[in-house]
Write a protein that binds this ligand. Structure first.
Ligand code: GLN
Length: 487
């Protein structure tokens, strides 16, 4: 597990959670050795891929020792005993630097753990470190990180997607067995699809946002990445559940997603929305998804075409709601409370101004400007309010569709992973590529992206499987069937 593949790709599939856990329980794998081998792998490939921003070695070594002691006693092991995981750097880990990919948070060390981090550790996971992402999770390529872009392990000349590009790349390159990411408009699903791994968008409120550095609070979700669907389901089972520290957290009971995912997809009704297969869809992506749909039929699903006509309004709606909320959330970074403070501070107002000017990158500034404009007096009704109304229509349209079908399948991204630098000069082109993911974000529903074939040059294609609120189990069942048909 120490060097890159001689073929030039960094792809290396991790062992499954179940296999590793069995090894740890039987004593054939020591959590301490496993942890050490992951740090070796990180040391070997991080210089090329730029995935980890900081490591939490001390904490990892302590946790691994605790797990090995439990195993030696023959005690029952928790769900993720000894499993090495990485955390997107927008989630806080006590005492570890939290940058959110931004210079403005340089030097900030949060005094507490995010709930999702607490839950992973309580389930026995070993935290390896904090993972690179687009600044404040704004982006689709990881090129907006103040700490340099992450490279796609499948082809290092290409982007891993964003904003959780590092979390997807880590799993693809076996620099962690699983990772946490966040998804506001596609930031788990699109990078998972670009790197050939599984990513989960839990229903809004299913996983606590406590300890997440907020981008757009009504859209932000925390979710897992894994190398296979069953592992992803196991992880969601650990992460999901009510949290009194997040007022939007759902009190609904948590299902045994992994066991549910074993039930197969036979008899499930699948909807294929025409709007997700129109102009702008790469022909090779289309072909791969169409093949995936045939595989679902072979697995016993019934497939029908449906229509989601409000899809065409999703991009402007998302980019109004997300930027408006971001402009409010990012007001707290003023040079006083967290991280970076400009040295050019002749008075208080200048200190705020210079700290924000020097601390934020261009994309974040663009969004603060857009959002502030959309919320300003005289424009609120025309932009923000209107966007909220369209958001409602989009959500209703999905709910109507889910009275006829159990799941909806689409491509996750209209294009395969693109080259570094290819879209950086054209922010609008970058936004438009989020077309298939922002809809579910606005509607609050859940989904899974699962590898579904590849292009002729070997670039991964992901299928997005969407299901209604709190129907994660259904999405997992469909995704398992797609996965089972892959060679
Ligand atoms: N690409 C989208 C954006 O830039 C989504 C980001 C996200 O989900 N965090 O806003």
């Amino acid at each position: 597990m120490t060097t890159a593949d001689p073929s030039g790709t960094f792809v290396q599939k991790p062992k499954t959670i179940a296999a590793l856990k069995e090894g740890i329980a039987s004593g054939s794998v020591k959590a301490a050795d496993l942890t050490a081998s992951y740090y070796e792998r990180i040391a070997a490939v991080n210089p090329q891929l730029n995935v980890y921003l900081s490591l939490t070695k001390e904490r990892a070594v302590e946790q691994a020792a605790r797990i090995d002691a439990l195993a030696a006693k023959g005690d029952p092991l928790p769900a993720l005993a000894g499993i090495p995981v990485g955390i997107k750097d927008v989630l806080v880990v006590k005492g570890a630097p939290a940058t959110a990919g931004s210079k403005i948070l340089k030097g900030y060390e949060p005094p507490y753990d995010a709930t999702s981090v607490t839950k992973l550790e309580a389930a026995g996971a070993v935290l390896l470190g904090k993972i690179n992402c687009d600044e404040f999770a704004m982006g689709s390529s990881n090129e907006n990180s103040a700490y340099g872009p992450v490279r796609n392990p499948v082809d290092p000349e290409r982007v891993p997607g964003g904003s959780s590009g590092g979390s997807a790349a880590a799993v693809a390159a076996d620099m962690a067995v699983a990772t946490l990411g966040t998804d506001t408009g596609g930031s788990i699903r699109q990078p998972a699809s670009f790197c050939g791994v599984v990513g989960v968008l839990p229903t809004y409120g299913r996983v606590s946002r406590y300890g997440l550095i907020a981008f757009a609070s009504s859209l932000d979700r925390v979710g897992p990445f894994a190398a296979n669907v069953r592992d992803a389901a196991t992880l969601l089972g650990v992460l999901a559940g009510h949290d009194t520290k997040d007022a939007t957290s759902s009190p609904a009971p948590v299902e045994d997603y992994a066991a549910e995912s074993d039930k197969g997809a036979e008899g499930l009704r699948i909807g294929v929305p025409a709007e997700y297969f129109s102009d702008g869809l790469d022909p090779e992506v289309r072909a791969a998804i169409e093949k995936g749909i045939e595989d679902l039929k072979a697995a016993g699903c019934t497939v029908k075409s449906i229509s989601l006509p409000h899809t065409k309004y999703a991009i402007p709606t998302y980019y109004l709601v997300a930027t408006a909320e971001a402009s409010a959330n990012l007001a707290r970074f003023d040079g006083v409370r967290y991280g970076y403070r400009s040295a050019a501070s002749e008075n208080l107002a200048a200190m705020y101004k210079h700290s924000r000017d020097e601390g934020f990158g261009p994309e974040v500034k663009r969004r603060i400007l857009l959002g502030t404009y959309a919320l300003s007096a005289g424009y609120y009704d025309a932009y923000y309010l209107k966007a909220q109304q369209v958001r409602r229509l989009l959500a209703e349209e999905f709910l109507r569709a889910f009275t006829e079908v159990d799941a909806i399948v689409t491509p996750t991204s209209p294009v395969p992973p693109f080259k570094l630098g290819e879209k950086t000069g054209d922010p609008l082109a970058m936004y438009l590529a989020d077309i298939y993911t922002v809809t579910a974000s606005l509607a609050g529903i859940c989904g899974v992206t699962v590898p579904c074939g590849s292009t002729s040059s070997g670039l991964p294609v992901g299928m997005q499987v969407l299901a209604s609120h709190l129907r994660e189990s259904t999405a997992f069942r469909v995704a398992r069937a797609v996965e089972a048909a892959q060679k």
